[in-house]
Design a protein around this ligand. Sequence first.
Ligand code: BES
Ligand code: ZN
Length: 652
Amino acid sequence: MNKLFALALTAFFALVLTNCQPKESTENTQQPAILSSVIADTSVRAALFLDPHSYSTMESKVTALHWDANVDFETEVISATAQWTLQEGHGDTVIFDAKNLDISAVLVDGDISADWTLEGNDELLGSALIIPLKLAAKQVSISYKTNPTAEALQWYPASLTQGKRQPFLFTQSQAILARTWIPCQDRPGVRFTYTAKVKVPKQTLALMSASNPVEKNETGVYEFNMPQPIPSYLLALGVGDLEFIALGERSGVYAEPEMVRNASYEFSLTEDMIRDAEALYGPYYWGRYDMLVLPPSFPFGGMENPRLTFLTPTVVVGDRSLVSLIAHELAHSWSGNLVTNATWNDFWVNEGFTVYFEMRIMEQLYGQDFADMLEALSYDDLQNELASMLEEDPEATKLKQDLVGRNPDDGVTAIPYDKGFHFLRLCENTVGRENWDVFLKEYFDKYKFKTMVTEVFLQELAALLTQEQWNEIGVEQWVYGTGLPVNCPFPASNRFIQVDQAVKMMLTTDPLDANAKSLVYLDQEVTIRWSTHEWLRYVRGLEAGGASEGHYALADFNYGLSGSPNPEIVAAWYTAILKTGFEGFDTAVYTAKVESFLGSVGRRKFIVPMYASMLEGDEKRQEWAKRIYMNARDSYHPLAQGTLDDLFEEAL
Ligand code: BES
Ligand code: ZN
């Protein structure tokens, strides 16, 4: 199909527009004339940028926030005033998203008599705060309190922190939870700068996705400034007994005193990553890049809050083997924070580009062989998830999503990440690295501090590719089609050849054979050099190959996997063995390990597959899973609770 026609058609198809018909282009031009005119058509353009997850409208937009807040750990409530500056030329109402907020007053330009209303009470979207305006109005100021059950907030009593001295609080706004702690136009298409003044208990330090203090002060009051405009999902706050260690000129790490030294060792290559990232795709626009290590219940690996990435402590393993997570969150400083998905339907534009960029940073810093392992694991993840998704919900395997009426969280699968990554890798392979890098660098520059819809990216891509290349890739199939096109690049990994041989050796050995142990024992010389990634490949290889209890017992005997101190390996190992009857060599140790892991770690990527494996097991195992979850549920983040509630409901 002609690429211009295909683009126009898909754009039209996506929009179900009938007011104008695409014309077939006869020339093989570099300029996608038809799509340009489609996108230039304001109504079509507006439809592409329509956000199904926000009540706010583009008629009246905000440009700046001043947030004045008091954080009360006793009641688990934030009392605050959000003062929003309106963009000139606004309409006669402004609409904010608010969920579960107790709003006490709204002032327009200081006038208390604003006639505001709160409409709707949607389980997913919350309510619309509607404020009538005079056309000359400049500011609205909203006073409110959060609810102790606010989904974006996780409160910790001191007893549940590492140091047990002070309480801890952190926010998670992405995707549509900022509205549970600040009334805002909660859509990635609206950007604003912000300042803030936050009062917290003395002895705790407050940090935001902004300029940050490096130590506590006597007053417990901290001030913040974020001069670069950000969307609401990047609003973030962390409060706790925190210390700072600088890593270099423009990076550092915050964590509880018990953790901060280990973290600074683990992340010591951050400055090199920033340097490599800039060399690839242009300047880092955010001033500093600091990181905050959160308590273990943080439901994600990382969250790219600008200037202050939030991180799970489960990557602090002592050998720096899991720092691709830092490369990932740092890469978001370009793909996501600088060029932002316009709506959650375009989420792959954030994550696919970020995984691609992450791999490039890792390749630069650790070499091709190391990056190859990460890419091969990404490919495996994709294949695994695709298999079940194609059965359950094939629509969810499209890069461009339609999430109307659904939680954007449902779109967080291997598709935007790994299918997105492989699509971009295929584009790179097609035009050559040099051209591709020039293209991406220009893309980040041209769209910096702007939002991106899939169709505008495709328009840029159409200008880069020849018709032949466009067809060869099958761009529209990749973006709007289900499943994985057959031309998906296959990442081969040298370092995994040896691992795959080891897996094969194990699976072809009879565990009851008297010589089994020596048959499958790999020399220390070999395994000592294995990184976390080789072990992950090994464990997943056993699982995919249908290893028996006997095989797992042998593997455990040889390599002590049940006792691994590395949470990434622990999670993969128990996810595999919990499906079988294998209970480790010492059942008491095995039981304790599973219970203490699930009781202390809340990272969704780890605990959801572990529970899922238990629920696949016999009744005894299911009962055990239920019991562990009942005890641990309170310590999990609301987001993880939601996912697990669904999992248990479906399974039982
Ligand atoms: N921005 C995401 C986390 C996220 C996505 C939060 C959607 C809420 C909704 C973050 O950058 C991310 O992708 N984290 C991954 C890291 C991994 C792919 C390296 C994670 O937490 O697993
Ligand atoms: Zn990400």
